[in-house]
Design a protein around this ligand. Sequence first.
Ligand code: UDP
Length: 440
Amino acid sequence: MFITAQNRIALISVDGDPAVAIGQEEAGGQNVYVRQVGEALAELGWQVDMFTRRSSIEQPAVVQHGPQCRTIRLAAGPPEFMTRDNLFEHLPEFIRAFQDFQQREGFQYSLVHTNYWLSAWVGMQLKKRQPLVQVHTYHSLGAVKYQSVTEVPRIAAQRLAVEKSCLETVDRVVATSPQEAEHMRSLVSSQGAIEMIPCGTDIAQFGTVRRSAARQQLGIAPNAKLVFYVGRFDQRKGIETLARAVAMSEHRRQGNLQLIIGGGSRPGKSDGIERERIEELVADLDLTELTTFPGRIEHSNLSLYYAAADVCVVPSHYEPFGLVAIEAMASRTPVVASQVGGLRYTVVSGVTGFLVPPQDEIAFATAIDRVLALPRWRDHMGELGRHRVEAMFSWTGVATRLSDLYTQLLSQAPSQTAPVAVEATPPAASIAIQEPQIAA
Ligand code: UDP
């Protein structure tokens, strides 16, 4: 018996589970990207299986997102949360589980879209064993990240080698901003095929609530000057710069300034150290009275917070894309962001917000005050941001471009274009998976 795999594709995101709650521990933009892209591709007619690592025994092995889109959790390493830097040694188990899955289902995928360098390695190993088109999105580049950290992890050399080999050998690497593409060329390799397709956002979810209505629902005073941050608690996110900038704001003296710092887990989780550090800093800066930490904000509730805010601040030291900036812009809220990475592509300084040097609290304070000073200008910038997102960053538009890319790559790979058909019960394959070598 043969089963065909027409239109059936795999998104692989070993470390970023698309079905998990966003905003705590390491779950952020990559998880959102995989899920939204997966669901939008399914709407376009693809049958999408999103593969990730099972990180808790309570998690169901399969989560159905729609008739044509599901998350499949594979066993690889202990079923508990592990930081990304510790996952590499468990990848052979992930590959074996993926192959077992294909065997049970009786077909092989002809296209995988891998996410982050760990999954890039998985895809490259699979490509040695079956005809496969591999598309890859980095989400973060080691070569850029390690420039801005004081302690380089032991896995760094391995990661850099995989990222280079991935760029040079996979069928197409998707850069989510021109800045990321530029980094790939200048810091990773001059070889390999790159296509720029940005990240997106749900333009129907954001931008539907008015500021006054959102404030009423959240219990925020109509005359408050509200500065909003949302994201993971990670030093790279620059929340410290935001707190210091708010402490310097001219509006602080007027007594109606408010700061909401959303995201983060409960104490005891892996991002708890940064959250505690920020809470202490907020107390030291005497900002406790005006600051709220609502914790992780449900993605479905975020539209209220963005709409209620006067300004959304993205103070990252580095940001490959930065979904929060386009979510705020889709909600008609101006963005003050670091002039780095994808934020230089999404935010137009002086038009949809302001770009300022990273870690420069004085520049952040000045830009925040400029937005807060003139509500009419704030609203105008908000409108221009909304237009920019509608034109360039809707998930549907992004998924259509990815879909066209897949179709083109499948048609260029004659041995892979035809739906791949394999026997439902192939002979037990003796597949030797090369064990990962951790570079010293
Ligand atoms: N997010 C959320 N709730 C939170 C914190 C974050 O839904 O409490 C979402 C946020 O809306 C965005 C994503 O997590 O969609 C973060 O993506 P971004 O690209 O800004 O940062 P990353 O996590 O990739 O560094």
